[in-house]
Structure formats: structure tokens, C-alpha cells
Write a protein that binds this ligand. Sequence first.
Ligand code: SAH
Ligand code: SF4
Length: 379
Amino acid sequence: MTSARERKPSGNRTASHFDTDRAAPGAALSHAMGHPAGIKALDPAALEALVADLGQPRYRAGQLATWLYQRSAESFAEMTDLPAPLRAEFAEKIALPQPEIGERLESSDGARKYLVRFADGVSVETVGLPDGDRLTVCYSTQAGCAMGCAFCATGQAGFTRNLGPGEMVDQVRLTGGDFGARVTNAVAMGQGEPFANYEAVLGALRFLNAPKTELGIGARHLTVSTCGIVAGIRRLAEEPEQFTLAVSLHSAVQATRDRLMPGVRGIPLPQLRQALVDYVAETNRRPTLEYALIDGINDSDSEIGALAAFCRGLLVHVNLIPVNPVPGSGFVRSSSERARAFVRALAAQGTEASIRVERGADIDAACGQLKQRFSSADS
Ligand code: SAH
Ligand code: SF4
């Protein structure tokens, strides 16, 4: 059977502002010059636009990406297969900042959490989770987050700035380097709302997914987690690659969700559900729903009923995560009995659910969200 996905024309990239036939000449250069990430603010299409604007063939963009994200170049001067005048022009106009690992904490279970610091002093959290021959990196897409979720330390601290695609790839690259291992999976589940920075996130996914490269992570092993921004879910369904989608639901009762996730109050649950129905129909892929269990807030029998009704007839996998308590929130995780009641109710109607085992609990002091919350079924 041919899936909807396979019928799509391949190589039809839809996410970038920098498609060569749409972007104004010079747009890529001025974007890089105006962003703290410099050259790392550019996605693959923008790198192509940049070299095209300078009269260079398209393959130069691939050479640049290789230097930046595989060979970890620290200067344009060392990119010796690029023409010298081009290197000189880049060096004069565009920054090539190097993020570094500021802090590094290692859990007794092998997970490592880093504070990655960018050249402008902004830092984000990144986590590496080894598991047998798999290494999963959980990276941030924004410094901070504007969505203000009540249970999330990042949301409570507010928004600082968007990350460029290269700044996301750098987190993956640095983590792989620290483990001395190939990164097999990457999840956009660190700080930030990926769909509030859509183009940059898609750019990062494309660098990470680039075939026959050292990174070269399969699209299905690249997961994006959203608080439920419907426009982003619809756009992702249209992208040619088979990236994996996770949606943070946390309650299927509107009033509860509004309280927990004020940033998406304007997106009613039926609208979110419809976007998921359409996503599954369009892609034939099964999204994950994330549900942090909070004692007395979203774990009552009526919450179970609402979640079951939300999932009925929908192809999803539900991840139940005992909430990680954030100081000052007053939230406490539900008992394992309540978690099992959710699993039973969902199983009774054929919806797959699992209770996530926490990892790196002993190094999660500050953020309260970087946990293992992805299913080995996705990998
Ligand atoms: N902004 C995106 C992705 C980053 S958050 C999103 O919200 O999906 C990654 C995951 O951590 C989300 O599922 C989020 O709801 C969850 N999370 C945040 N704080 C948490 C906490 N204290 N306990 C458990 N999960 C938490
Ligand atoms: Fe932002 Fe996600 Fe945290 Fe909500 S849970 S505040 S969307 S990072």
C-alpha cells in the first residue's frame, strides 16, 4: 500500500524562509549578521541562499555545513576546500561563535546534563541519555520559554531568545563528543517551545538528518515535542521527512489544561484533537501524548475519563510521567496506583500507554523537566 507520505514529491522543503526562489538577495547574510548565533543562525536553505548570493555553486553550502557540524570548525580560515576570497569575506562579515559546556553533571544512571553556554552569555540545558548502544540527546530550542506552564521551571522563568538551528545541532554535537559516541536519537524536549521557533527547529532537524554524514540521524529518531501549537502540528505534517511528533497534553479537561498551560489557552482541545486526527491521516505516523501526573490536579477519575475520550479513535501512544516537582509550584507527583489506573482505562479502549521511568533524577535539580519521556517504541 502506498502511504500518503510516499506519494509526496521528495526534496520538497517547505519550512525555510530562505528558499532560493523566495528569499530576497542578501536576506541570509543579513539574518546571520543580526543574530547572536552568526553563521549558526542559518538553516540548510539559508546556507544555500548565502552562497548563491555570492555567486557560488550550491554544493558550497554542503561544504560549509560539514565544516561547522561535523568537523567542528572554529574559524572560516580552516575551511580549506572553500575559495580563499570566500573564506575571507565570511570571516569579515559573519560571526562563527563556539558554544561550550559550562556545567556538566553526571547521574548515577549514566545520564549527563550540561549547561551549554553560547558566545553572548546565554545558556541552555542539554541532556545525554545512554541506553545500551543508543545515545539520545535532549536539546533546547529556545533559551527560556514564553508559554508559562505552571509545572515547568523553564516556563516559570520566562523567555530569553530563540536559538539558531546550528545552536541546536551544536548541543547534539557537543554531547556526542563528550560521550565519545554516535548520537542515535535526538529529542527537542529541552527548554523552549519548538513550534514557537519553527523554521530554526526544522533547519536543525535537517542538519541532523542529513544522510551519509556523521550526524545522519534517521528522521524517525528525531522527535519534536510541542505544547500543542496547532499551526506547527499542521506544518510538520506537510514536511517531506518522517520526523516524530510528541504533544504535551497534561489534561483533556479544558479548565485544567488552561490552568496548567496558560500559553495555549487560545487553542481549545477539540481543535488540538482535530489537528492530531489530520496529522495521523496525513502521515500514517503515531504521535506521543505526554501527560505529567500531578496529585489532585489532573489525576482524578474524571480526568481519566476525559483523557480516554480524547484518545478514543485516535492513533496515539500516551506517556504518563510522574511530575517532577518544581520548587514553589506545590505540585506533587501522583501515586503509582493512580498512574496504573490511567494505563488500565486507556488499555481498555485499545490506547497504548506507558509509565515513564525517570532517569537522571539526581542531576535534575534546576530545570525539572529534562527526563526520559520518550518511548523505545519510537526508536
Ligand atoms: N515546550 C515543549 C518541549 C519542551 S518541554 C513541550 O512543552 O512539549 C519537554 C517536556 O517536559 C514536555 O512534555 C513538558 O510538558 C515536560 N515537563 C516540563 N516540566 C515538567 C515537570 N516538572 N515534570 C514533568 N514533565 C515536565
Ligand atoms: Fe515551555 Fe514546554 Fe516548559 Fe511549557 S513545558 S513552559 S511549553 S518548555
